[in-house]
Design a protein around this ligand. Structure first.
Ligand code: DAH
Length: 341
């Protein structure tokens, strides 16, 4: 058979199959592949060119090229008309359908506790004061009346980042900055991140959050401290919460006290978290030590004050019964989504 006869039969074959496509019996893409594909009928025709005498090749090549563009055009029209038909067949957008839900995130539990504590003390006239996370020995220890050989200064407990540079181990460093930078009377709440060189476990982490509070004025009494913290506990844990004030020791307060709330001993878990006592310590506090006032540039004969500090993770764990501190930092959606309000 001659090449031109083959060209003619490919053209006829195409006309037939085109009808089948138009009748919906066959797909347009299938047609394109059968004729124009890499192993299609057109490719077969081109392959035959090699068998012709060199003088016959240009004319035959032109014929195949002509067929190819004709087929391409017809297939192209097929696609255009079918997408136009499809568009016409698609109904207009149904505006009565409900919208796609927007996935909403949750506020991190640490932020939630922080916001609640801020709101409670905000109503009592406290304002927010931020101390730095990278600190010197003076602000983190010395000015807070820690003795030079205090074990908290040990490398085992504190991350040192330079000769006199460390990551603060508590938010109490903010007390000294506030004393230096604000004029009394002072009423501040200083939240933030703190760092301790501790191995990571269910109960402890090398970084966590605290909220520090400090009040400086004339004639501030321990009764005022106790009343303020009891008010806080009622606002935070509920009006019928039972609290107790227990003597304690911190270098930067004298006298010092810890506040416990009565948790109860109803379940096995209650025994575990309260170590069988029913009481849970929630914060440390006390009257600002005269040495701290002096270090901050105030005369302890004129000024008095109280301070307190609490751990945010600890409080969140109590509030929601979270058993492992590491959940707070893993960013696991399954944990975080449980705090949607
Ligand atoms: N800084 C203490 C700690 O990290 C907490 C604390 C105790 C803060 C007593 C205070 C305070 O302001 O008066 O454990």
């Amino acid at each position: 058979m001659s090449l031109s006869a083959d060209i003619a039969s490919v053209r006829e074959e195409f006309a037939e199959q085109l009808q089948a496509v138009q009748a919906g019996e066959q797909g347009a893409e299938q047609l394109r592949i059968a004729f124009l594909g890499r192993k299609g009928l057109l490719a077969g025709l081109y392959a035959q060119l090699g068998q012709l005498r060199p003088g016959e090749r240009p004319a035959a090549g032109e014929q195949i090229n002509g067929l190819k563009s004709s087929l391409e055009e017809q297939i192209g029209q097929l696609g255009a008309s079918s997408s136009a038909a499809q568009a016409a067949a698609t109904p207009a957008t149904d505006l009565t359908l409900p919208g796609d839900p927007l996935p909403l995130g949750a506020i991190h539990p640490i932020t939630q506790v922080l916001e609640r504590v801020k709101a409670i003390f905000g109503r009592l006239g406290f304002s927010i004061y931020y101390g730095p996370e990278v600190e010197s020995d003076f602000y983190n220890f010395g000015a807070l009346n820690f003795q030079p050989d205090h074990p908290a200064r040990d490398m085992q407990d504190t991350f040192y980042t330079g000769p006199d540079q460390l990551l603060r181990t508590h938010t109490s460093n903010s007390q000294i900055h506030a004393l230096e930078n604000l004029a009394p009377p002072i009423r501040i709440l200083a939240p933030g991140r703190v760092f301790r060189n501790e191995s990571i476990s269910t109960r402890s982490h090398c970084q966590f959050h605290q909220i520090e509070g400090m009040v400086i004025d004339r004639n501030v009494s321990m009764g005022e401290l106790k009343g303020t913290l009891a008010h806080f506990a009622r606002e935070f844990f509920g009006q019928d919460v039972v609290t107790r004030f227990r003597p304690s020791y911190f270098p930067f307060t004298e006298p010092s006290a810890e506040m416990d709330i009565y948790w109860g001993l109803e379940t096995e878990n209650d025994y575990r978290v309260t170590k069988g006592t029913g009481w849970l310590e929630i914060l440390g506090s006390g009257m600002v030590h005269p040495n701290v006032l002096k270090a901050g540039g105030l005369d302890p004969k004129e000024w008095t004050g109280y301070a307190f500090g609490m751990g945010i993770e600890r409080t969140s764990m109590l509030l929601w019964g979270i058993g492992d501190i590491r959940y707070f930092y893993e960013g696991d959606i399954r944990f975080l989504m449980q705090f949607r309000s």
